[in-house]
Design a protein. Structure first.
Length: 187
């Protein structure tokens, strides 16, 4: 099958719509990670829409961009329709899911990033810390065997927007007094 994509165009975000039958769900943690990436790096790859303006790949990016107040988004148009468009949307999600991380290479990459870049990667600060703390101490020594990333315990985070620095300090003190692990991030 010959498939043609249009050139990348910036389209009004209100002129396209999410796939109503999208099989992939984007929870708050996922959308927060996409938003952090969009804030830090901008949109580095276009979403894919069909000729009717339905998003076939990039529903999470679209949702995050809308939440950030974007008025335009980069998109390419595919000529896929019907069952082929549905199968592509599923394949786009599934093929990414089948890839595996190289933990030693990921450690090296994170070690070269500053904290803000690490946070924009989609990994929690605790997951990054776990990886970095398993780095070998001696230069030239080999990376230790570490558990696959899927075995890193889930960390549940919440982002709260405070009214001002005093509100932030009060909330910080309340949560710390409850024994919660609290970090302050100012954007």
């Amino acid at each position: 099958m010959e498939n043609r994509l249009s050139a990348i165009k910036f389209v009004p975000i209100n002129s396209i719509s999410p796939d109503p039958a999208n099989v992939r769900r984007h929870g708050p943690e996922n959308i927060a990670a996409i938003k952090a990436s969009l804030r830090r790096f901008g949109q580095q790859k276009p979403i894919v829409v069909d000729t009717r303006g339905v998003i076939r790949a990039g529903n999470g990016t679209y949702q995050a961009a809308r939440e950030l107040g974007w008025r335009q988004i980069a998109a390419v148009t595919t000529n896929l329709t019907g069952a082929d468009a549905v199968a592509f949307a599923i394949a786009d999600n599934r093929t990414a899911e089948l890839a595996a991380w190289d933990p030693a290479a990921l450690q090296r990459q994170f070690a070269a990033l500053d904290e803000m870049q690490q946070l924009a990667s989609g990994f929690s600060a605790d997951a990054v810390d776990s990886l970095l703390h398993s780095l070998p101490d001696a230069p030239g020594s080999s990376a230790p065997d570490i558990s696959p990333l899927a075995e890193i315990p889930h960390i549940y985070e919440l982002t709260v927007e405070c009214r001002d620095p005093e509100d932030q300090q009060t909330l910080y003190e309340q949560l710390a007094a409850e024994g919660r692990k609290v970090r302050v991030l100012t954007l």
